[in-house]
Design a protein around this ligand. Structure first.
Ligand code: UDP
Length: 368
């Protein structure tokens, strides 16, 4: 008997997470895996490049929903995705991560009584000012299968009373993509293109509202990067949201020309630069994990993290969002080259294989 599964992706980190899952499903003749792109990220540098580099099949559907308030975007995805589900009648819907597409798709599927599998379940920042936190909580409550990346996820789901039989500690699909593409990452010429030497540059990415929506924070961020560029090379691939906010606040021209500013980089080049950086300075979720795996120091400019294992055993340091303090920590850490850390359990490149096996067993009633 054949089964149909639809995975719903909308934003850059989702594409990286679904690539290994799509690949692992190829081992199952009885499973048809199709991808629905909601359109949340539509800029080619935030979407198309990942499908090409990570060999993800062309989505069977593109819902074309981008922009708008959270409510409008979520509602538009829900309305369009309901049509897809009514037409396709899948046996299961996979939602990776924590974006609005994750929330919208899990709500629609659950209401149509189609089982939902959440990849990267259980992560909690305990900060409901983050839209992602709301998305995670709801997706986990609605899911029938919850795939967890680290111990904190298991602990959080236990506190929230999620039935243990639905929860599986499978490892990290973000790391699967990294392991799978490591040979290509090692061959990238990006460092030469930017004239950078190993451990002699800081790689920075910022896109969270707590850092880039407030002009005061943006000014403080640019002030720190400008100061750093007098000490070490600074590379800044700019997220579209950050660029737009800098532009509308008249701040783009205040960035020191010494700083290597780029469009968002493709996956292979970004990881190649990450691997050899002295330090990552970021507010990203996924980058905290990738740097832990690569044992590259990461300073995370946020008040909390939903990925605490990256701090407890990995290379991540959480510094808060007060740039005076961020400055102190960054300047201190530049004085040493420290690439020490442990790789968390099951971050071994095989998470997607485990996930697909569990899903296959579930569909064949072999679970529970
Ligand atoms: N990334 C990339 N190019 C860039 C910046 C990031 O390919 O210029 C990748 C990187 O692998 C990272 C992932 O995009 O882990 C996640 O992106 P983002 O920070 O947008 O999302 P978050 O993890 O914060 O949800």
């Amino acid at each position: 008997m054949g089964f149909k599964i639809i995975s719903v992706v909308g934003a850059r980190p989702n594409f990286i997470k679904i690539a290994p899952i799509d690949k692992a499903f190829q081992a199952y003749d009885s499973i048809q895996h199709i991808i629905c792109h909601t359109g949340q990220h539509f800029d080619p540098s935030m979407s198309k490049v990942f499908f090409e580099e990570l060999n993800i099949p062309k989505p069977a559907y593109n819902l074309g929903v981008s922009g708008g308030s959270h409510a409008r975007q979520t509602a538009a995805i829900m309305t369009a995705f309901e049509e897809v589900l009514l037409h396709e009648k899948p046996d299961l819907v996979i939602v990776p991560g924590d974006v609005n597409s994750t929330l919208a798709a899990s709500l629609v599927a659950a209401k149509l009584q189609i089982p939902v599998a959440h990849v990267e379940a259980g992560l909690r920042s305990y900060d409901r000012r983050m839209p992602e936190e709301i998305n995670r909580i709801i997706a986990d409550q609605l899911s029938d299968l919850l795939f967890v990346t680290e111990q904190s996820g298991l602990d959080n789901l236990a506190v929230e009373g999620v039935d243990k039989r639905k929860i599986f500690f499978t490892g990290n699909v973000m790391i699967d993509s990294l392991v799978c593409h490591k040979p290509l990452i090692d061959q990238s010429e990006v460092r030469n293109r930017f004239n950078l030497k190993v451990y002699e540059y800081v790689l920075c990415t910022f896109h969270r509202p707590s850092n880039v929506d407030d002009p005061g924070q943006l000014k403080a961020l640019i002030g720190l990067l400008n100061e750093l560029s007098g000490i070490i090379k600074v590379v800044l691939p700019m997220h579209p949201r950050t660029k737009q906010n800098m532009e509308s606040n008249g701040l783009l021209s205040t960035i020191n020309p010494e700083i290597i500013q780029t469009e968002p980089l493709g996956y292979i080049d970004f990881l190649a630069l990450t691997k050899d950086a002295r330090l990552l300075l970021t507010d990203s979720g996924g980058i905290q994990e990738e740097t832990t795996f690569l044992k590259v120091p990461c300073i995370t400019v946020r008040d909390n993290t939903e990925r605490p294992i990256t701090c407890t055993i990995g290379t991540n340091t959480l510094v808060g969002t007060d740039f005076r303090h961020v400055r102190e920590v960054v300047l201190k850490s530049l004085k040493t080259i420290d690439h020490e850390g442990e790789i968390p359990p099951l971050w071994d490149g095989n998470a997607a294989v485990r996930i697909c096996e569990i899903i296959n067993n579930y569909l064949n009633n072999k679970l529970l």
